[in-house]
Design a protein around this ligand. Structure first.
Ligand code: GDP
Ligand code: ZN
Length: 292
């Protein structure tokens, strides 16, 4: 059995050095030994004793999940481990990308993360976006409405983050960085030694970083979450991102129906009967076609 008191969480990585944090000792610098190159932000680790202000990592605790993205050169990269709460950020400007939303929901579901939807920029007209998201609310994904820039409904957002390790996802320009800066104005945010030493800005987002908001509440700061990667080995897994398929898939003619163009497919019939689910079905088919 692992003694949870000794467990720290990795908050930053720079080459073979990094920072980890636990509620008792605060932040600690560590240096990696050669074979520990697969360590990821959010990993839980057990550290050895400090030697001149630096420790080594004795053990990486098995992770619950691992979120991945596709880099520019087509390689799959781990970006964050042990995420419990995926926050899908949308705004009325730029124009909402519902395909990206459905793909992100799939990734969150495959990783057993909670899903929360946030409409940012509520100072702009968001009535039609709110309407489009009613369907998602019915599926069980709560929608929270805020404005980072105008400081509206911060408590609502804090309440969905409380006790979770959250990652903000969504297309570029919806206000993810602005939201993080806004959230990190809280007085309780722990200052981060290594960032200060390196004189980096508090949230330069060139690499992933984990902010400790409260002892039990963490916020991933992750650049480039526009190109997430669903780690799928079997095409049937895509249905995990589409909750509405689960309820009536037993009524399809074929037991292993994929709900694409099989005859007597009750999932497809029911999804095509409503505008929102019809769009979701088209995204399901699109994801299906992009996964080889
Ligand atoms: P990111 O690409 O998702 O990280 O988005 P940014 O945080 O860079 O924000 C994109 C733009 O949206 C910036 O010009 C922000 O000032 C603006 N923005 C962020 N939050 C709000 C808001 O609540 N209302 C309005 N009107 N603009 C916002
Ligand atoms: Zn079917």
């Amino acid at each position: 059995m692992t003694d949870t008191n000794n467990i720290s969480i990795v908050t930053e990585l720079y080459g073979n050095r990094g920072l980890c944090w636990n509620a008792v000792d605060g932040f600690q610098s560590f240096i990696l030994i050669q074979k520990q190159t697969d360590i990821v932000i959010g990993d839980r680790v057990i550290c050895n004793e400090l030697v001149s202000d630096e420790c080594t990592i004795e053990k990486i605790v098995a992770q619950d999940n691992s979120l991945k993205k596709m880099s520019a050169n087509g390689r799959v990269q781990n970006i964050a481990n042990n995420v419990t709460n995926a926050i899908m950020v949308l705004s009325s400007q730029p124009k909402p990308n519902f395909y990206l939303l459905d793909k992100l929901i799939l990734i969150a579901e495959l990783n057993a993360c909670k899903v929360n939807i946030v409409i940012n920029k509520c100072d702009l007209d968001h009535a039609s976006l709110k309407d489009s998201l009613n369907y998602y609310e019915h599926l069980g994904y709560p929608v929270t409405i805020v404005s980072a820039k105008n400081d509206i409904n911060k408590d609502d957002l804090l309440s969905i983050l409380k006790g979770e390790s959250s990652l903000l996802m969504g297309q570029s320009g919806v206000g993810k960085s602005t939201l993080i800066n806004w959230l990190l104005q809280e007085e309780t945010i722990k200052t981060n030694m290594l960032s200060q030493k390196n004189q980096r800005g508090r949230h330069t987002t060139t690499t992933t970083k984990l902010h400790i908001m409260y002892d039990d509440t963490y916020l991933f700061d992750t650049p480039g979450m526009e190109n997430p990667y669903p780690n799928i080995s079997d095409k049937h897994q895509i249905q995990e991102g589409f909750r509405e398929m689960v309820s009536n898939r037993n009524e399809c003619k074929y037991r292993d129906c994929l709900h694409i163009n099989e005859p007597k497919c009750s999932v497809k019939d029911s999804m095509l009967s409503n505008e929102s689910s019809e769009r979701r079905h088209s995204h399901y088919v699109k994801i299906f076609e992009t996964i080889s």
